[in-house]
Design a protein around this ligand. Structure first.
Ligand code: HEC
Length: 113
């Protein structure tokens, strides 16, 4: 016989794990929907948003460090605007993995690699 307490614990665990997965989107989808608006479709920048830097010349390591800071790891305070954008992006349900996003941008947009 299954102990009802165990099944409730299992249900809670399954709910939590699927909840986490549901919250994380593929980097290409998030980039196309959000990031491209300010940083350009190919990470080249957008003349209408001059304070958003181009991302297509940055190393993967730089992107990881900057995105980690933007996501609130607080290595420095150099990305106040982008930290605010990040909160809005997450509020819209578009969470992404920092390493995947850095890999996506570097692999697809960086011409010097
Ligand atoms: C509403 C416009 C906007 C959107 C949307 C946006 N950004 Fe930004 N981003 C900026 C601006 C402006 C800066 C520069 C100021 C700052 O970092 O606070 C910036 C800075 C950055 C930086 C740091 C660049 C550097 O050299 O310091 C990275 C990396 C970055 N954004 C990645 C992203 C990613 C990935 C997304 C999508 C998930 C995204 N941005 C969405 C406007 C935007």
């Amino acid at each position: 016989m299954v102990n009802p307490k165990n099944s409730i614990a299992l249900l809670l665990l399954v709910g939590m794990v699927s909840g986490l997965n549901a919250g994380t989107m593929k980097s290409d989808a998030v980039y196309a929907k959000m990031c491209s608006l300010c940083h350009g479709k190919q990470g080249q920048g957008n003349p209408n948003v001059p304070d958003a830097p181009a991302l297509n010349s940055q190393s993967k390591e730089d992107l990881v460090i900057k995105l980690s800071d933007i996501k609130g790891k607080n290595f420095d305070n150099a990305h106040a605007k982008m930290e605010n954008n990040q909160k809005i992006i997450e509020m819209r349900g578009m969470k992404y993995n920092v390493h995947e996003m850095a890999e996506y941008i570097h692999k697809n947009f960086n011409k010097e690699k």
